[in-house]
Write a protein that binds this ligand. Structure first.
Ligand SMILES: O=C(O)[C@H](O)COP(=O)(O)O
Length: 229
């Protein structure tokens, strides 16, 4: 048996301000540093150790991971960063306040954009300053890979190659793995690992800063999973 730990970054400044974030590279809030430290302490107390970690190219996940590794005294382990673990790209909603958007479009529509795995938020145009093609960290991406908007099933489609080509091989070579990512990139991963239906994933919310432990058999099938308390 082996463990895999998934962790959503601590509260970001825009989680706090209730704004759609997506690929916007906002920082952690003050509170989240404590959340991340607590996640690290919990992992330490329950005896979890790691040989390698994976995260996105967004600072709220990177900094959360740094704080967790600091608590575990594991700052030295290899950390691999990829855009494929980024938050779901929220298109033209990025930056908007979620409550104000509900007032404008109706709560039901906004809930569909947020949770329905096939609902596409309004798209950006490539000349929008929020388009990731303007950001040097995404320069190696093809035009097809650069999103204008994304639903959860598209997020899953770009997370899965990373899962099968990087994370699974690390676990197959018995590396103990920590993945620090985002609410929706983790929802996509959990839908895949747990074989959730679209109806089930619509109900799924992953809390910030709480380690989600998967116990996997030798074929990396899920035995059980639980949040560390
Ligand atoms: O990108 C965001 O706004 C959040 O990280 C996730 O938001 P959601 O819960 O509205 O999907």
């Amino acid at each position: 048996m082996q463990n895999l730990v998934l962790l959503r970054h601590g509260q970001s400044q825009w989680n706090l301000e209730n704004r759609f974030t997506g690929w916007t590279d906002v920082d952690l809030s003050e509170q989240s540093r404590q959340e991340a430290a607590r996640a690290g302490q919990l992992l330490l107390r329950h005896g979890y150790g790691f040989d390698m970690a994976f995260t996105s190219v967004l600072k709220r996940a990177i900094k959360t991971l740094d704080i967790v590794l600091e608590e575990l005294d594991l700052c030295w382990i290899p950390v691999q960063k990829s855009w494929r673990l980024n938050e779901r790209f929220y298109g033209a909603l990025q930056g908007l306040n979620k409550a104000e958007t509900s007032e404008q479009y109706g709560a039901e529509q906004v809930q569909r954009w947020r949770r329905d795995p096939h609902a596409l938020p309004p798209a950006l145009s490539p000349d929008d300053p929020r388009y990731p093609g303007h950001d040097p960290r995404y320069q190696h991406l093809t035009a097809r890979e650069l999103p204008l908007t994304e639903n959860l099933s598209q997020t899953m489609a770009r997370v899965l190659p990373y899962w099968t080509e990087q994370i699974i091989p690390a676990m197959r070579s018995h590396q103990r793995v920590l993945v620090c990512a985002h609410g929706n990139s983790l929802r996509a991963l959990v839908q895949y690992i747990d074989h959730l239906t679209d109806a089930e994933v619509t109900q799924l919310d992953i809390p910030t800063g709480v380690p989600l432990v998967y116990e996997l058999d030798d074929d990396l099938n899920r035995i059980r999973h639980f949040y560390l308390e």
